[in-house]
Design a protein around this ligand. Structure first.
Ligand code: SAH
Length: 455
């Protein structure tokens, strides 16, 4: 089976979409004018099957090269320009096309975009009408997955693009407010249908678009931010695992929360629940607050963002944990270096019973992997020196290009250099509202481990 080549991975805009889009929300600009929704088949009724069939015959057909079909059948929705033999008729950008293999066997339907490296994003393995009902059904199906795996959550990712067979669409639910991120032309043209479907399912207070420019430019789209429905004033109060946070969705600066760690907050706090705790790259205080509530005596968070630390401090206050939590605005690399700097023949005095490392992705491309590995090694080496024997390290990597084995290998190198022997006590992955389809490797990006310092 052919999977996307490393070459195409390097340049592909959607690979990092899952976490990076979640991790970056950029300053506001007016909502872009979306095109009229394209309803491909209008006719319903007793003859709809026949009519659909006739109409489907008129869809432009994209023929793909030998070897491409298996990947599509397995669930991978991207068709690169290099994989296409030809189109049987001209297709408009954003329009629905049908996909066939080189022997004219039907593979599915998808959105066409000649301006993107991904010429077709497959949307269904069968012939479908992409109308409001289609979006309602798809989004409801995604919601069922969340209800099954996160039954108590009120804030979560409702739609995670490729993971939910809606390539180019992300929908986050922050309590009664929905945040939509659209990164493909096909989805962008159907924005009104998506908004209607979301209103039908959730009746939200507001639907806000935060579609980030860097992903959209690959599809020939401009940045789009603004309120799509309802109204919104101020931050949105939400709860994660019973802890209160507020999310500034309408504000101008970077915001949002890393919903992909929701389950891990709970799991990590089961292991780190006493003594002195260090939360590196603490952002809004997710891990710090969960560990403080679980029983840690003191938690110190480190982040380079002044706004993030102010929010984290506010969250600590709102959860009556302010006496246990401090947040410092620093570069984590510099801070760890300063704490572990000793004269020759001196030893670092370990101060912490629990340390969390949850940095941003250190690499966006395969070629930058060696630099990323040096970064991971450095923070692990220094963190391990600061961890007391018996202490727990919970560490995460959200870079798609660094897999779980590579990640653990670099942690073990750091442990070797720090002369620590580790006992692995937990393995983590992204929360289940960011589903992983093994046949679409790009859907898996977050991995993590917890270790105790055995010696
Ligand atoms: N643990 C957080 C998510 C961290 S995201 C959570 O669960 O919510 C990465 C964070 O690292 C961002 O808040 C960013 O501001 C911060 N950051 C990135 N590089 C940094 C550096 N070198 N030093 C300190 N903070 C950094």
């Amino acid at each position: 089976m052919e999977i996307v080549t490393s070459n195409s991975i390097n340049v592909n805009p959607s690979i990092f979409l899952v976490r990076l889009i979640a991790r970056i929300i950029t300053p506001g600009s007016p909502v872009s004018n979306s095109n009229t929704p394209s309803v491909d088949f209008q006719v319903r009724g007793p003859f709809s099957v026949g009519v659909l069939f006739t109409k489907m015959q008129t869809l432009p057909t994209v023929l793909v090269r030998p070897g491409e079909a298996d990947r599509v059948i397995a669930g991978h929705p991207w068709i690169y320009s290099g994989s296409i033999i030809r189109l049987t008729a001209p297709a408009e950008d954003g329009a629905l096309v049908q996909l066939k293999d080189h022997r004219q066997r039907f593979l599915g339907v998808g959105f066409y975009n000649s301006k993107s490296k991904i010429n077709v994003r497959v949307i269904a393995p069968e012939k479908v009408e992409v109308d409001r009902r289609f979006f309602v059904d798809r989004i409801r199906a995604a919601l069922q997955v969340r209800k099954r795996h996160l039954p108590d959550a009120t804030s979560f990712r409702v739609v995670n693009a490729e993971s939910d067979f809606l390539s180019g669409l992300i929908v986050d639910k922050y309590s009664d407010v929905l945040v939509v991120q659209i990164s493909s032309l096909g989805m962008d043209q159907r924005k009104p249908l998506i908004v209607e479907a979301l209103q039908e399912i959730f009746s939200p207070r507001a639907i806000v678009e935060r579609s980030e420019a860097s992903f959209r430019k690959f599809e020939g789209l401009a940045e789009a931010n603004g309120i799509l429905a309802g109204s919104l004033e101020g931050a949105v109060p939400i709860e994660l695992n019973g802890l209160k946070f507020d999310v500034d969705i309408s504000g101008g600066h970077k915001t949002g929360l890393y919903l992909d760690q929701q389950k891990n907050y709970r799991l990590v706090a089961e292991l780190i629940r006493s003594g002195q705790v260090l939360d590196c790259f603490s952002f809004m205080g997710g891990f710090a607050l969960h560990c403080a509530r679980a029983g840690a005596a003191q938690v110190h968070g480190l982040d380079q963002s002044v706004e993030a630390n102010a929010a984290a401090q506010r969250h600590a206050q709102n959860n009556a944990l302010a006496d246990k939590c401090t947040f410092e605005t620093v570069n984590v690399f510099d801070w760890l270096k300063a704490q572990t700097a000793v004269r020759p023949h001196e030893r670092v005095v370990p101060k912490f019973d629990g340390i969390i490392l949850d940095p941003p992705s250190f690499t966006r491309t395969r070629s930058a992997i060696p630099d990323a590995m040096r970064g991971y090694k450095e923070i692990h080496l220094r963190a391990l020196k600061l961890l007391r024997p018996g202490g727990t390290l919970a560490t995460f990597c959200c870079s798609h290009h660094v897999d779980a084995e590579m990640f653990e290998a670099v942690i073990l190198e750091a442990a070797f250099d720090a002369r620590r022997i580790l006992r692995r006590v937990a393995t983590y992955t992204q929360s289940p509202d960011h589903p992983i389809l093994p046949s679409v490797p790009e859907t898996e990006y977050l991995k993590g481990y917890a270790y105790e310092v055995a010696v």
